[in-house]
Design a protein around this ligand. Structure first.
Ligand SMILES: *Cc1c(COP(=O)(O)O)cnc(C)c1O
Length: 396
């Protein structure tokens, strides 16, 4: 037995998948699983979606990568479509969520710098946040377990204990460049943010010339039943980071901004070798083809509601296991009485995959393309897993 040559950074389950189709995955030894983890909200259209697969193969035969030394019509097209569908006027393409958030942070600071306020670089953030694993984004997330051992925490981030407008007002100063948050916290445990708080933040930002910065890396591109989750609150940000679902499994992300803010990012201020490469852009356009189709988001909303109601019924049946169900669209959380790891382990035994999150939550992030069959399988697998858990606890 040779030693595992990989960094030991991940606690991996002993499952080896070799094929995927829609919401279903098959292992090496031919076991089938319903995938409500979807690569952590990445496989938004499920596995091997025919339109995405055909697009990727077609682009692979034409052109992969030329860098950003040249014009890129596929980037231009995707950026135009994203701007047409959102608050944004400008887009920068990245390769990941953390890179999108780095661009959000840099863009916010550079805006104030360009407006003669170079000391206005502080970003207010909130407890339970997750913004990525780079040096700046672990500082933004502020979680001790991610910061420990990686040298001094990058300066300029102040974490507030909860989404409370009075706390935010008390933390405001002429150093605050922006207020950064996820409109629905993902890794933190599907923690909902009150729409009235987002509205109050927007008003405070307008009053003080502060930028509202949203991390929609997990919530974006249809996940909550709107194209972007901030639409539920009827507000728009100044800058927004997107990734995960936007590529449907092809790794890329984007930073979207208003013209006023993006203006400060002049030639030479930022860059990425791979960002916006032809393969990513072709797939990104194909994802939008599907997500922007008439009725697609309505279906996410109705399936989400249906799934949430059925989960609530499970919570009623197993009050010793489940505290509550929360979330929006197809970004749902089962808040467990204890850690969700045992429930997840049992669910896997019944052919069902999900993702643990903070605050004792098991996250359900299925492909946005699921239907009734998948919802019913999910509920019966979870029901069986909860019954197993209950039995094990009564026996002991
Ligand atoms: C996943 C995630 C990130 C980081 O994305 P990576 O692609 O892993 O760098 C940032 N913010 C949120 C809200 C996320 O869910």
């Amino acid at each position: 037995m040779t030693q595992n040559p990989l960094f030991a950074t991940y606690a991996r389950a002993d499952l080896k998948f070799v094929r995927g189709e829609g919401a279903w995955l098959t292992t090496e030894d031919n076991r089938r699983f319903l995938d409500f983890a979807a690569g952590v909200a990445v496989n938004s259209l499920g596995h091997t979606h025919p339109h995405l697969t055909a697009t990727l193969k077609d682009q692979a035969d034409k052109l992969w990568h030329v860098s950003n030394l040249y014009e890129n019509p596929l980037q231009q097209k995707l950026a135009e479509r994203l701007c047409a569908a959102t608050f944004a006027d400008k887009v920068f393409f990245t390769n990941s969520g953390a890179e999108s958030m780095e661009c959000v942070i840099k863009t916010a600071r550079r805006y104030h710098y360009a407006n003669g306020q170079p000391d206005r670089y502080e970003i207010l953030t909130f407890d339970g946040a997750f913004h990525g694993r780079t040096i700046a984004t672990i500082a933004a997330g502020g979680q001790e377990k991610y910061l420990e051992g990686f040298g001094p925490k990058a300066p300029g981030f102040t974490m507030l204990a909860k989404p409370d407008i009075e706390l935010v007002k008390a933390a405001m100063s002429d150093k605050v460049a922006g207020i950064l948050l996820e409109p629905l916290q993902g890794e933190g445990g599907i923690r909902e943010i009150d729409p009235s708080f987002l509205k109050a933040l927007r008003a405070l930002c307008d009053e003080t010339g502060t930028l509202l910065l949203l991390d929609e890396v997990q919530t974006g591109v249809g996940r909550t039943g709107k194209l972007f989750a901030h639409e539920w609150a009827g507000i728009t940000p100044d800058v927004m980071g997107v990734a995960k679902g936007i590529g449907g499994g092809f790794p890329f992300g984007a930073c979207l901004a208003t013209e006023k803010v993006a203006e400060a990012m002049i030639a030479g201020t930022h860059g990425s070798t791979y960002g916006g490469n032809a393969l990513a852009m072709a797939v990104g356009n194909a994802v939008l083809d599907v997500v922007l189709e008439d009725g697609f988001l309505e279906k996410v909303r109705s399936n989400g509601l249906n799934l949430k109601q059925k989960l609530a019924a499970l919570a009623d049946t197993y009050p010793d296991q489940i505290e509550t169900i929360r979330g929006e669209g197809l970004m749902l959380g089962i808040k467990c009485k204890n850690t969700p790891t045992e429930l997840l382990a049992k669910a896997r035994e019944h052919g069902f995959l999900a993702v643990p999150a903070g605050d004792n939550v098991l996250r359900l992030l299925p492909p946005l393309t699921i239907g009734q069959e998948e919802i019913e399988f999910a509920i019966s697998a979870l029901n069986a897993a909860l019954a197993d858990l209950q039995d094990a606890q009564t026996a002991s």
